[in-house]
Ligand binder design. Structure first.
Ligand SMILES: Cc1cc2nc3c(=O)[nH]c(=O)nc-3n(C[C@H](O)[C@H](O)[C@H](O)COP(=O)(O)OP(=O)(O)OC[C@H]3O[C@@H](n4cnc5c(N)ncnc54)[C@H](O)[C@@H]3O)c2cc1C
Length: 441
């Protein structure tokens, strides 16, 4: 079953031309379209399914600076400000609340890692406070004899509502003149003399001089058709949603699972870092740069082989631009949740927070996360194709930073000054012999 989502209408007439075509209506594509349109640039936003249908509605909603890689911090700080500004400008609730994030652990090493992050907090002015075992027990009162060794509280971080954010931001882009085309897959690019000259969609061509590929888990497959290598690995995560339940905090990470209270009073629950990596042609193609990360995170990752070996974004299928493509075959990537993970969550929930378990599960879902070898996104021009840009690879933490990375992508496409230094996010870091550092979290 899919997660909750706020559906929006499409502009049914495809424009013949646009200054910029954005491919992908997730939080990144919607935000980029918003910031481009706000500058008076004409934008067509293409979404093969419906806006927000993939990762951007399947996540927990955390808008987090706590424990973030320092390379992302300037954009994470900007994003926190943009959530407030966009809510006010668009005039719609995106569900953003600075509710604070609370972390509790039974693992002394994890606690020490959180403590080690404090210099980053100081450098980027994040209000964060380590908690003793007693303080943690007072704010995260798990039952069943759980003894936390300690925790951390990030007072000004928060959450937004995955069901609302991307669709409402896309509607905000439309108020500034962007057109939105759902059920409209981009099949490929028209390239003339080494520059983008158009996008071929399933509903016809659009002439344009600039394209932003914000296609999430599909970005690598889309770019491969144009001989551009984007090393992304798609890992599958599992979540469930409860009916409205007693309040145990708005956003709580524990050693058992993470719980996020939605606006409807129910919880979205998932096990942090627990994921399935399917061995697929794309995974094999990009295996080498990912080895350091997989060695580091191996204990939390289940490895398997499934349908995605043969079909979907990770297969090596090619397609023709005048026939239906895999983007149309998989309008919405809706992978099955892991039954094992769901059973683990429920058995832990019954012990730790029985009244939340008693509220009942309303739905369960899987979601693919597009990860890069260093867990830092790619927000970058594509050097070998003039007018082509990519914004993908948010590595499981791009919802909260989505407005910030969308803004940066819009700045790169528009040219001129950028809201943050784009250098750490350049695509060429994977091919120019730069050192690839896997982040700590
Ligand atoms: C279970 C889970 C929990 C997470 N928790 C958090 C969290 O708490 N906080 C956080 O910050 N991040 C979290 N994330 C990560 C976050 O959801 C993503 O980083 C973010 O949503 C990525 O946004 P996106 O716009 O890049 O991709 P997506 O939301 O996947 O959007 C890409 C869109 O492109 C469309 N598309 C693809 N190809 C084409 C094409 N050819 N033509 C037209 N459209 C196309 C797709 O249909 C899709 O809608 C989580 C992710 C998961 C799965």
């Amino acid at each position: 079953m899919s997660p909750l989502i706020h559906h929006i209408t499409s502009d049914e007439t495809l424009p013949q031309s646009a200054d910029v075509v954005v491919i992908g209506g997730g939080i990144i594509g919607a935000s980029a379209a918003y910031f481009l349109a706000r500058r008076g640039i004409s934008v067509a936003l293409l979404e093969k399914g419906y806006v927000g249908c993939e990762q951007s509605s399947r996540n927990w909603g955390w808008c987090r600076r706590q424990n973030r890689d320092a390379r992302e911090m300037p954009v994470a700080n900007l994003a926190m400000r943009l959530w407030d500004e966009m809510t006010a400008e668009i005039g719609q609730d995106l569900g953003f609340r600075r509710c604070g994030l609370t972390y509790a652990t039974t693992n002394p090493k994890q606690l020490a890692d959180w403590d080690k992050w404090r210099p980053v907090a100081r450098q980027f002015d994040v209000a964060t406070r380590m908690m003793t075992a007693e303080e943690t027990a007072a704010v995260v009162p798990a039952a069943g004899g759980r003894k936390w060794v300690g925790g951390v509280h990030a007072a000004n971080d928060g959450k937004a509502e995955p069901a609302l954010a991307a669709p409402r931001i896309a509607e905000g882009a439309r108020k500034h003149g962007a057109t939105i085309h759902q059920n409209c897959a981009a099949r490929g690019l028209d390239i003339t003399n080494g520059r983008v000259s158009g996008v071929i969609t399933e509903k016809g061509p659009i002439r344009t001089g600039a394209v932003l590929c914000a296609a999430g888990a599909w970005a690598s497959a889309f770019m491969r058709m144009h001989a551009i290598s984007v090393p992304l690995a798609n890992v599958r995560q599992t979540s469930l949603r409860t009916a409205p339940a007693p309040d145990f905090g708005a956003a709580v990470f524990t050693s058992d699972f993470a719980m996020t209270r939605r606006l409807d009073g129910g919880y979205t629950i998932a096990i942090s870092g627990r994921a399935t990596l399917e061995i697929t042609p794309q995974a094999i193609r990009h295996a080498k740069p990912f080895l350091p990360m997989f060695m580091k995170r191996l204990s939390a990752v289940e490895v398997g082989i499934g349908r995605s070996f043969f079909e979907g974004p990770d297969s090596m299928r090619s397609w023709k631009l005048d026939r239906p493509t895999p983007f149309e075959q998989f309008r919405v990537l809706d992978p099955a949740p892991s039954k094992r993970t769901l059973a683990t969550i429920m058995s832990r929930l019954h012990i730790r927070f029985p009244t939340v378990a008693d509220a009942g599960v309303v739905s369960t879902w899987g979601g693919y996360i597009d990860s890069t070898p260093d867990s830092v996104p790619v927000i970058s021009p594509v050097d070998s194709i003039g007018g082509m840009f990519i914004a993908a690879g948010c590595s499981g933490h791009g919802f909260g930073t989505g407005p910030g990375f969308g803004h940066l992508a819009a700045d790169l496409v528009a040219g001129g000054a950028t809201c943050a230094d784009p250098n750490p996010y350049r695509l060429s870091r994977f091919s120019d012999r730069s050192r690839i550092d896997v982040g700590d979290f």
